[in-house]
Design a protein around this ligand. Structure first.
Ligand code: ZN
Length: 253
């Protein structure tokens, strides 16, 4: 008995709608796969790669894992990158994180969930690397979201350190690596860095992207401090006013 028959029904409706629009769509799709883009994103169900880019199936080659991490010992991810670059000859590799990422949050807050903790240690490594300026942030949500951004920068840099990408650049294959972040609350993508299109781009563009985030972290810290001081002054003023009124009350017979 098919317990998920509603999903099969939805699938039939989806296929029929596409055929109605373009009768030879599936025939064409089955004969070729020539995507220009490799997407490395988070497994989060709220970030469906081709939908948010408005692309059709076949236009995007996709790899997803928890918190869009690129690790040099992950043969799954490395194989996807190798196949995409060397066989499909994609022109762009996009590492896309998202604000509010549960994987990044678990790492930042040191939440324990079992096996996945080891995977998320890679995010913790990113946090430790940038702890010099991140440690000034007191607001947990801000820390979480800046970490989502920094994670993208570090993972796109990891992509550029793979032999597949370095070899492609060496033989002159046109290939750019991009770092983007997606907002769950507005559905919009934001670019976090100049793309990396040559080995010489990696270090300076990485540095520039991190410096940009560092500046925004610093502005957030200043803003929080100013708000706290204003709050403290308001409290002191209120306390003084209360003291005055209570002494006036006390002076009454
Ligand atoms: Zn996520």
């Amino acid at each position: 008995m098919n317990q998920l028959k509603e999903l099969f029904q939805k699938n039939r409706e989806w296929a029929a709608a596409i055929v109605k629009e373009q009768p030879d769509f599936f025939e064409q799709l089955s004969q070729q796969q020539a995507p220009e883009y490799l997407w490395i994103g988070c497994s989060d169900a709220r970030v469906p790669a081709s939908e948010i880019l408005g692309l059709m199936p076949g236009e995007l080659f996709v790899h997803r894992n928890v918190a869009n991490v690129v690790v040099h010992t992950d043969f799954n991810c490395l194989s996807v990158i190798q196949f995409a670059v060397e066989v499909l000859k994609v022109k762009h590799v996009i590492v896309c994180g998202h604000y509010g990422c549960g994987g990044v949050k678990a790492a930042v807050l040191d939440e324990k969930h079992g096996l996945i903790d080891s995977w998320l240690q890679h995010i913790k490594d990113v946090q430790n690397k940038h702890t010099g300026f991140l440690c000034e942030l007191e607001n947990e949500n801000r820390l979480h979201n800046y970490m989502c951004e920094l994670n993208v920068i570090e993972q796109m840099t990891n992509v550029c350190r793979t032999n597949t990408i370095l070899d492609a650049w060496k033989r002159g294959q046109p290939l750019s690596v991009h770092g983007w972040i997606y907002g769950l609350n507005d559905g919009l993508l934001r670019n976090l860095s100049e793309c990396f299109s040559r080995p010489e781009d990696v270090q300076p563009n990485h540095q520039t992207a991190v410096t940009e985030i560092k500046k925004r972290v610093s502005a957030s810290v200043q803003k929080d401090r100013a708000a706290r001081e204003t709050g403290n002054q308001a409290n002191e003023l209120e306390k003084l006013n209360n003291d005055d009124s209570s002494s006036e009350q006390n002076s009454q017979p």
